[in-house]
Design a protein around this ligand. Structure first.
Ligand SMILES: [Fe+2]
Length: 283
């Protein structure tokens, strides 16, 4: 039994260390159903309250190191326009973004969140819920388990993630707003589905679902195939999340452009590993 994990995850309700138990098999079945149908599954009160407090404190202690970006960006996370495309192409629609990250390389060695991300128990559980194996921890040293900070007025417009699968752990909830919205499985490898993406960007709500998270809840999410956003944070309380990510390719990292725009810097690894993607999707 992993003694530290016992203090972080509610193993009584969710014994992820015992993947063969009936309790966890039932949970995996439910999560797999939700992920297949809605590209998203949630597990309430996954993190124990004392651990949540530690995560909140470790983020607030380093809040001055959060890289905030305020810019206009398209759903594929680019801020550069491409005039060669038709005027109404979804890549030419730019939206306001005001959002920040405490990059993973800032975390102290004994960080609560880093420890959780690096446990094999969590990796195996997420892999079983997705029904995909193997999956890997993300090789990106800045983005792999970053804390996400949205101050009042913060907004994260419609976009796709670079990594295939993300976990979202809510650490602190805003007073109002900051709602996660998503359009399940709107694109797939080899199929961008630009027409449907364009409809959503233009305000069509027919595919849009909302997810209301509470502190301690865990969300498992197929972010590369699901258009998603976070609505504007209202009131005086910031929205804190942690976003540990998993990928299909253990080698790949963010492109230099994304790393600079979202995490505020580019490391040699981003330049060395900047190769075309094999799934044919833009990012
Ligand atoms: Fe995202």
């Amino acid at each position: 039994m992993n003694k530290r994990l016992e203090k972080i995850v509610n193993l009584n309700n969710y014994p992820i260390h015992d993947i063969e138990s009936d309790q966890i098999k039932n949970l995996i079945k439910k999560c797999k159903f939700d992920l297949d149908k809605y590209s998203c599954a949630t597990i309430p009160n996954f993190i124990l309250p004392d651990s949540l407090k530690i995560m909140n404190e470790e983020l607030e202690k380093q809040i001055n190191e959060v890289y905030m970006s305020k810019e206009s960006i398209n759903a594929y996370l680019y801020s550069q326009d491409d005039p060669a495309l038709p005027e109404d192409h979804p890549k030419r629609l730019f939206m306001n973004r005001y959002n920040g990250y405490l990059n993973s390389d800032c975390f102290p060695k004994n960080s609560e969140m880093k420890f959780l991300y690096e446990t094999d128990e969590l990796l195996k559980f997420v892999s079983a819920c997705l029904g995909i194996s193997p999956i890997y921890r993300w090789a990106d040293p800045l983005a792999c388990h970053a804390y996400n900070v949205m101050y009042p007025e913060g907004i994260l417009p419609w976009h796709f993630d670079s990594c295939e699968f993300t976990l979202s752990l809510m650490i602190q909830k805003p007073e109002k707003g900051g709602i996660f919205e998503y359009c399940p499985n709107i694109r797939a490898p080899g199929n961008e589905n630009f027409d449907e993406v364009k409809k959503v960007l233009n305000g069509d709500r027919s595919r849009v679902r909302q997810l209301k998270l509470e502190p301690g809840d865990l969300q498992i999410f197929k972010g590369r195939f699901t258009l998603h956003r976070v609505t504007k944070v209202e009131g005086n309380t910031s929205r804190y999340m942690c976003i540990p990510a998993y990928v299909l390719d253990p080698w790949r990292v963010n492109t230099p452009e994304h790393s600079r725009a979202i995490y505020g810097k580019v490391l040699p690894i981003h330049i060395e590993r900047n190769k075309a993607r094999s799934d044919g999707l833009a990012d």
